[in-house]
Design a protein around this ligand. Sequence first.
Ligand SMILES: Nc1ncnc2c1ncn2[C@@H]1O[C@H](COP(=O)(O)OP(=O)(O)O)[C@@H](O)[C@H]1O
Ligand SMILES: [Mg+2]
Length: 323
Amino acid sequence: MPRQPVLEVRDLEVTFASERGVARVVDGVSFDLAPGRTLGLVGESGCGKSLTALALLGLVPPPGQIAGGTVRLDGRDLLALTEAERDAVRGRRIAMIFQEPMTALNPVFTVGDQIAEVLRVHGGVPRRQALETAVAMMGRVGIADPQARADAFPHQLSGGMRQRVMIAMAMICRPDVLIADEPTTALDVTVQAQILDLMLGMQAEFGTAILFISHDLGVVSEVADDVMVMYAGRIVEHSPATSLFSAPLHPYTLGLLQALPRVDRHLGRPPAMRGGMPDPCALPRGCRYSDRCPMAENMCRTREPSLNGAGAGRWVACLKVAP
Ligand SMILES: Nc1ncnc2c1ncn2[C@@H]1O[C@H](COP(=O)(O)OP(=O)(O)O)[C@@H](O)[C@H]1O
Ligand SMILES: [Mg+2]
């Protein structure tokens, strides 16, 4: 029996209005996130992953706006809360880490103070005690000599260390949900593996549900229990990770898989997918992937597929696979 989801997202929509029209850059995204599980969200740059993440927290930057949908945390719709109510949830119940910690860290405060500040704001913990807990947390995320490092400013740390600080900040209130948007993309491969291990270790300990976002299906394959594939603002496949990797249903998922570099492929570069993401103001008619899809037929250029059940807990938006 799957456990009751901690986060239920339904029909989420984000739009940008411009003189060229209204671009629906997140279009009808729905999913459940269960406690202790990792759901991957993957797709090429510009498909709407980050805006999905920001919309969950009510943080879509203007002129973008959330045009519809619900985001329920333990049954309560976050998008219907006041700004103050949402602030209380953010950081304490749902935390987020980004690709570039420098933009999320304040350059003029020490990292110890910044981690402690999260506890002071959300836990009402006195300063001294908050700092002690922050130092202990720095040790737990693998920062050597945390007592001394707590006095460092962000620019004095390496990229990997800064991401560990971000994880300490995110996890210190033991959130139910962690949204990780390209958390390892800026790091080299060795540090990337260490950070992924660290996130999974924290998850095992705290039972956190993780939405793990990456453009890199290879990285997602390392961590996710289930995977959503996004294309031009829509989810085109949602499957358990093992079945998605062994037998992808959507032609776009197959394209992403074939583009992965593999150690057993000796004959030069993997085949690149032809074309690129469509302009959100000028989407192709019918299926949004039809102009790049090697399987597309006439019907694909007139009818837009919806995300249909394909058995075995799998969902796919393709007229040819699940009409
Ligand atoms: N400030 C903005 N103004 C207009 N369109 C935007 C803006 N930010 C993002 N978009 C549009 O939203 C799409 C999705 O962006 P994003 O969620 O950041 O993609 P991803 O994280 O998957 O790379 C982009 O392709 C772009 O067209
Ligand atoms: Mg992004």
